[in-house]
Design a binder for this molecule. Structure first.
Ligand code: ADP
Ligand code: 5GP
Length: 196
């Protein structure tokens, strides 16, 4: 099935820099609102601590490029030295059956989804400030110091890009987790009821 404005489900894009709290928000959101979470494929090897963060299907670069050639990704991006992509299925199948789906992706991916599916709801999550983001990247205990430095540099670029782009419908600051999730639920319900 092709992605089409007539698909009854709502495609929600949750975007934001690594460490801002997207997976924490997604998990909390899924307990309070009925949404199907789409698992991304990545060539990034599995790391200790991954079970606490975003779920992935870990695949080889060969497999990733095979799927890319076969047009099996809704969107994809290269981050650092690895590739990340959203599988078209089950995303489009679920949308077609009227389910709201949630993609947890980066700015490059959000731009592609916005282009293909202008009716999507794109939310960018911001940290309260840069030192807090750095503390969260460190607190997660998943990445090496070098990986954290790369993610922190990329985060500053991404926040700058997001603020200067029209891709996102809303910016939500993840300071207090509960308040951020409540705000996102309000935004989704507003969109569901026909609002922007
Ligand atoms: P992302 O999915 O955006 O990379 P995570 O959800 O893995 O980020 O969160 C990174 C770290 O920040 C985790 O240790 C998580 O527990 C913590 N965290 C997330 N949201 C908050 C919050 N509102 N307040 C304090 N810590 C948070
Ligand atoms: P991490 O390796 O820290 O889990 O993720 C690195 C970056 O890749 C994050 O900004 C994350 O949002 C992004 N990412 C994860 N999955 C996808 C995906 O399927 N598509 C895109 N475009 N970005 C993704």
């Amino acid at each position: 099935m092709a992605i089409s404005p007539n698909n009854p489900g709502l495609l929600i894009v949750l975007c934001g820099p690594s460490g801002v709290g997207k997976s924490t928000i997604s998990r909390d959101l899924a307990e309070k609102y009925s949404v199907s979470y789409i698992v991304s494929a990545t060539t990034r090897p599995k790391r200790e601590g991954d079970d606490k963060g975003k779920q992935y299907q870990h695949i080889s670069k060969d497999e990733f490029f095979r799927r890319l050639e076969a047009d099996e990704f809704l969107e994809y991006a290269q981050n650092y030295d690895d590739y990340y992509g959203t599988p078209k299925h089950p995303a489009l199948d679920l949308l077609g059956t009227g389910k709201d789906i949630l993609l947890e992706i980066d700015v490059q991916g959000a731009l592609q989804v916005r282009f293909q599916y202008p009716q999507c709801l794109a939310i960018f999550i911001l940290p309260p400030d840069e030192p807090t983001l750095l503390r969260r990247l460190e607190a997660r205990g998943r990445d090496s110091a070098d990986e954290i430095a790369k993610r922190f540099r990329a985060a500053k670029r991404e926040i700058h890009m997001a603020k200067g782009s029209r891709t996102f419908d809303y910016m939500v600051i993840n300071d207090d987790l509960h308040l951020a999730v409540e705000e996102i639920i309000k935004i989704i319900k507003h969109k569901r009821s026909g609002g922007i």
